[in-house]
Design a protein around this ligand. Structure first.
Ligand code: PMP
Length: 468
């Protein structure tokens, strides 16, 4: 059954596509179009490709959703999932009950993580890891007798998840709909993105501005009221926004000076996407107080998140526990799920044996360089990237920002890509790309060829007055 011609081509799939359209409320669905058009029903996947229910194959330039890092169909991960499900699929992780894969994985993460981040609190996904990290920051200061320190600094254009607090920490104006958001103790600093192609200031001038702004915000709120600063090393969903050199160290230093915990949200940048298991220390030279991870931790094969916590914080929580109520009252039924943890162990093993991070450091610059050629199209206003995370910004010449027409234009580019067998991720007027880390240079060439052709076709449509 054909559901209809969408922007992305024919979406077929029989009764299941109809069931989906009738009954599923998709994350981030367009409410005005709910149930109106069929979705792309993805059924099979192998390597860097997925296949829809009509048998059409697509090169997955989204990496599932920033998360499928070692590629699809990996027997090592599938075998680990199966074996653990047979041996012991689930038991409570609460209080003094442990499971083997969670213990093994925690020790592995302690080895891979920066500095003294040796204590792991498992969660179910990125959002719950972000929430947990902030709660741990609150508990840490309460334990030190400083409960007033509860305000949180985030940044404009950040994305930290979709639970209530994580959504409040996120700073993308376009995402703010009629939901409620915490505003009393959540503050957004300026978007720190710096694009040398398009900057009135030098990198060091911009850095100075950003740090002055952060210092002013800290003075305004009062350091005695601030618990933590949460930051993606490279802002991902906000449009692959890369801060100027020195930003990470300078913000780290400000936090240290004002006794503010630094939480690095490495949900996207962790597990190889920018060439290292964790970007904070290896790439940006800082050791945060906590690191949040998810996505690539299991290559997306299982839902899992984790907060990596410094020995100092964990020690403070222990030593200063409330004698009347010493319970760490945070955690989820599926925290440290054994099947998910077994998958993560197999995933880390594959990444190490195949030196996936080394591969990313090899092909990543090629990916960004090749994508930058797309700036030859008059429809591309910017291309930003760091290894295998990149963003192609589309706009009608002369029309800046995520206007309705620019969004329609990016949607058209995306639709042509889909027709040609390439999935990119349109968000507003941005095509955000994060392919599986095992992608080859030939496959990168294919992405660039399809994007080039799709931009040319969209340009033709624009000239024909078809995009309004
Ligand atoms: N932090 C960052 C940086 C993210 O990109 C995301 C998800 N895209 C999250 C947190 C939330 O993760 P999840 O969707 O697994 O809850």
């Amino acid at each position: 059954q054909e559901i209809g011609e969408t922007g992305g081509g024919l979406r077929r799939g029989g009764s299941l596509v109809a069931k989906d359209a009738r009954h599923v409320l998709h994350p981030w669905a367009d409410l005005s179009a709910l149930g109106g058009q069929g979705s792309l029903m993805v059924c099979e996947a192998q390597g860097v490709e997925v296949m829809d229910s009509a048998g059409r194959k697509y090169l997955d330039a989204i990496g599932g959703m920033w998360c499928v890092t070692v590629g699809y169909g990996r027997p090592e991960l599938i075998d680990a999932m199966q074996a653990q499900a047979r041996r012991m699929p689930y038991f409570t992780p609460f209080a003094d009950v442990a499971n083997e894969p969670a213990a093994e994985l925690a020790a592995l993460l302690a080895e891979l993580s920066p500095g003294d981040l040796n204590r792991v609190h498992f969660t179910t996904c990125g959002s719950t890891a972000v929430e947990s990290a902030v709660r741990i920051a609150h508990l840490y200061f309460a334990s030190r007798g400083r409960p007033a320190k509860r305000h949180v600094l985030s940044r404009v254009n950040a994305y930290h998840g979709s639970t209530y607090l994580a959504a409040s920490l996120s700073g993308k104006e376009a995402d703010r709909t009629r939901f409620h958001y915490e505003t009393e103790w959540v503050h957004h600093l300026e978007n720190p993105g710096f694009d040398p192609d398009d900057a009135p200031l030098s990198a060091s001038e911009r850095l100075g501005q950003l740090i002055d702004g952060m210092e002013a915000a800290i003075a305004d709120i009062g350091p005695e009221n601030i618990a933590c600063f949460i930051a993606e090393p490279v802002l991902a969903s906000g449009g692959v926004l890369i801060p100027p050199p020195g930003y990470h160290q300078a913000t780290r230093e400000l936090c240290r000076r004002h006794d503010i915990l630094y939480i690095s949200d490495e949900v996207v940048t962790g597990f190889g996407r920018v060439g290292h298991f964790f970007a904070s220390e290896a790439k940006f030279g800082i050791v945060p107080d906590m690191v949040v991870t998810a996505k690539g931790l299991t290559s997306g094969y299982q839902p899992l998140g984790a907060v990596l916590i410094s020995d100092h914080i964990a020690g403070t929580l222990t030593e200063s526990a409330d004698p009347a109520k010493p319970v760490f009252s945070n955690g989820f039924t599926y925290s440290g799920h054994p099947v998910a943890c077994a998958t993560a162990i197999a995933n880390i093993d594959v990444m190490q044996r195949e030196d996936i991070c080394g591969h990313v450091r090899d092909v990543g610059p090629y990916f960004v360089e090749r994508l930058r050629e797309l700036r030859n199209s008059p429809l591309v206003s910017a291309v930003r990237g760091d290894h295998l995370m990149a963003c192609v910004e589309c706009q009608v010449p002369g029309e800046t920002g995520p206007t309705a027409r620019n969004q329609a234009l990016a949607g058209r580019v995306d639709a042509y890509c889909e027709k040609a067998g390439l999935l990119v991720r349109p968000f507003e007027n941005l095509c955000i790309m994060s392919p599986p880390l095992v992608i080859t240079k030939d496959e990168i060439d294919r992405i660039v060829a399809i994007m080039t052709e799709s931009l040319a076709r969209a340009e033709h449509d624009l000239r024909a007055g078809e995009i309004c």
